[in-house]
Design a binder for this molecule. Structure first.
Ligand SMILES: Nc1ncnc2c1ncn2[C@@H]1O[C@H](COP(=O)(O)OP(=O)(O)OP(=O)(O)O)[C@@H](O)[C@H]1O
Ligand SMILES: [Mg+2]
Length: 278
């Protein structure tokens, strides 16, 4: 099937005029596993959208399509109304879409400061290259200090950091420059209480500055603190899409519990395709 709409598909539901990102009719399979089925989703400019769903529901797959890591089997991605065909994560970055993966995207063998500039290094040669490096170190130090992320030294290789510290550096990298769309796939996974609080503050600051974001998290309490709107992905389908102001923690929890019961009743509580692994 082509990357554009499949023949005869219904038009995607209209998105608001201030949508910065639109996902239209996106489907994606991995062999026999249909990870995403005809997903329609939009993100408004300056909005924080929370994406919820069980393990294996397709959240990371959706993020990886929006950030250029996976190609959709069918469907369209629009940025500021214009259809885009992302060839790689680098390509998405050039378009202003950046991401913090659930399965981290740092280079363990490089120092922290290099990781912070990954894909955006100053492209200078000769002696200027050394200068650029010391400038990157200084910028990295100042930035991490400003957002209260503590690491032993920006010269330390990322592989010497704890999981939580790595995640903090990954979030810091993606948030260093304001991008059009920021995707955070379980940014609090592997974080201790102190680091979680720090990252939540970081995300809130970004939101206050008008950063458009999609945040994946299993913790509804965090999402209610952070998000303007919540969408639920179930077995590759968006089944719930509501403003946080129009729902409640209780409603969301009850919805998910009822859905789980329904799946158990229809014998689909355990998926035969092995969904549930990351
Ligand atoms: N690269 C891949 N190859 C094969 N199958 C994959 C691949 N990536 C994801 N899947 C499958 O696609 C489905 C959706 O996975 P995905 O990682 O998107 O789920 P998720 O909602 O992010 O789950 P979790 O909450 O556990 O992170 C699962 O059945 C998963 O096993
Ligand atoms: Mg995931």
């Amino acid at each position: 099937m082509s990357m554009t709409e499949s023949v005869g598909a219904a038009p995607a539901p209209p998105a608001p005029s201030d949508a910065i990102l639109q996902v239209e009719h996106v489907s994606k399979s991995f062999g026999p596993v249909l990870a995403l089925r005809d997903v329609n989703l939009y993100l408004r400019r300056g909005e924080v959208l929370g994406l919820v769903g069980d393990n294996g529901a397709g959240k990371s797959t959706l993020c990886k399509i929006i950030c250029g890591f996976h190609r959709p089997d069918s469907g369209t991605i629009r940025l500021e109304g214009k259809e885009i065909h992302l060839r790689s994560v680098q390509d998405a970055r050039r378009h202003g879409i950046d991401t913090v993966y659930q399965d981290l995207a740092l280079v363990p063998q490089l120092p922290i400061y290099s990781n912070l500039f990954l894909g955006r290094e100053a492209t200078l040669g000769g002696p200027l290259r050394l200068l650029a490096r010391s400038r990157m170190r200084k910028v990295a130090e100042d930035y991490l200090q400003a957002i209260k992320v503590s690491v032993p030294s920006v010269n330390a290789d990322v592989e010497t950091l704890s999981g939580g510290q790595r995640q903090a550096v990954a979030v810091a990298r993606a948030t260093r420059s304001q991008v059009k769309v920021l995707l955070l796939d379980e940014p609090l996974a592997a974080m201790g209480a102190r680091e979680s609080a720090l990252i939540i503050d970081l995300i809130k600051d970004l939101a206050a500055k008008g950063q458009s974001m999609i945040v994946v998290d299993h913790n509804y309490t965090h999402l209610f603190q952070l998000c303007d709107r919540l969408a639920i992905l179930q077995e590759g389908v968006i089944t719930f899409d509501r403003l946080v102001a129009d729902t409640s923690l209780q409603e969301l929890t009850e919805y998910m519990v009822n859905e789980y019961r329904r799946q158990v009743d229809t014998g689909r509580g355990e998926r035969a395709d092995g969904a549930g692994s990351h």
